[in-house]
Design a protein. Structure first.
Length: 315
């Protein structure tokens, strides 16, 4: 089996030329030129075998794509543009180098769609299962969108149907980077009232019931969402054979990677409708309130507290 330095040499031969890069792959740190007019943002996320993917089922390229896309989805959540990434992988001992190459090519394939260059990282082996971590650098002009800007009276939207992602979409989702960037920069693109703004945003990685709780907690507000307005994915209907309703799957499953956002105005019906199947759209599902707590309202007007039963790591 080839060694680490052979792999690093191979990585360098596959690195994209980027005028911003001063010190490329192969040194202790990468150095990156930056435009002083932009803010630089950084974040990290990891995927673990048996938690986020199954290496006996999913290909290394698909695993690499998902690892990068999770970080790109974080960029979408704050309406910023990805710029560069570093990847760290812990390979099970005895892993063929071709497997490691496919992981890298998956990362690169996902990043290339948004001009996000891989500029460095680290590779090691151990007796455990595959673990892959990505650190991403991103930029934005002005203040990025955060979770703490929701206000009573804001409208709550999601950008696509929810639930049943474990049937495959948790590996193949499309990060909503450009949708978030374009609409955050130009609210008029939503055809909403002139004063309308996106006030808060998060990506739906842990599930609607839990991620909405994050926005409400950070913004010190409550929320009412309407059961008959929540877009339910066909996969949620398929998964309802397990005894949970399609709506329960849409509320709690997680890893949909759609955006959950609040706005102080309502877009027109035309703006809310996607142009092509699979494109993000604005689906109005509820309202931010000044009353603490999150409530689910049925079609007949009955309200019940919505407990977050979505994904949460246990330690």
């Amino acid at each position: 089996m080839s060694g680490e330095f052979d792999f690093i040499a191979w990585l360098r031969s596959h690195q994209r030329v980027d005028r911003r890069l001063i010190v490329p792959i192969g040194d202790d740190l990468a150095a990156l030129k930056w435009d002083g007019n932009n803010l630089l943002l950084a974040g990290a996320d990891q995927v673990l075998d048996g938690v986020h993917f199954d290496s006996t089922v999913h290909s290394p390229r698909a695993i690499g794509i998902k690892a990068m896309n999770r970080n790109l989805s974080d960029c979408a959540a704050m309406a910023c543009l990805p710029a560069a990434a570093l990847a760290t992988v812990a390979l099970p001992k005895g892993t063929p180098i071709d497997y490691a190459k496919e992981l890298f090519l998956g990362l690169q394939e996902a990043g290339d769609k948004f001009g996000c260059a891989i500029i460095g990282g680290d590779t090691s082996s151990w007796n455990g299962m595959l673990a892959l971590s990505v650190t991403i650098l991103a930029r934005t002009q002005g203040s990025p969108l955060r979770r703490n800007g929701a206000r009573p009276g804001d409208h709550i939207h999601v950008t696509g149907p929810l639930g049943g992602s474990l049937l495959g979409r948790h590996m193949t989702f499309a990060p909503r980077v450009m949708f978030a960037w374009e609409h955050a920069q130009s609210p008029k693109s939503l055809n909403a009232p002139a004063a309308s703004l996106i006030t808060s945003m998060i990506d739906l990685s842990d599930g609607l019931s839990r991620d909405l709780q994050h926005i409400c907690r950070e913004s010190s507000v409550g929320a009412v969402i309407f059961a008959d307005k929540i877009p339910v994915h066909a996969d949620a209907i398929e998964m309802s054979r397990d005894g949970f309703s399609p709506l329960e799957h849409a509320l709690h499953d997680g890893e949909d990677y759609e955006l959950l956002l609040t706005m102080d105005g309502m877009p027109t019906e035309q703006a809310a409708r996607p142009t092509h199947s699979g494109e993000p759209s604005l689906n109005w599902i509820g309202t931010i309130t000044d009353e603490p707590g999150i409530f689910l309202q049925s079609a007949d007007g009955r309200r019940e507290p919505l407990e977050p039963r979505a994904w949460e790591h246990q330690f």
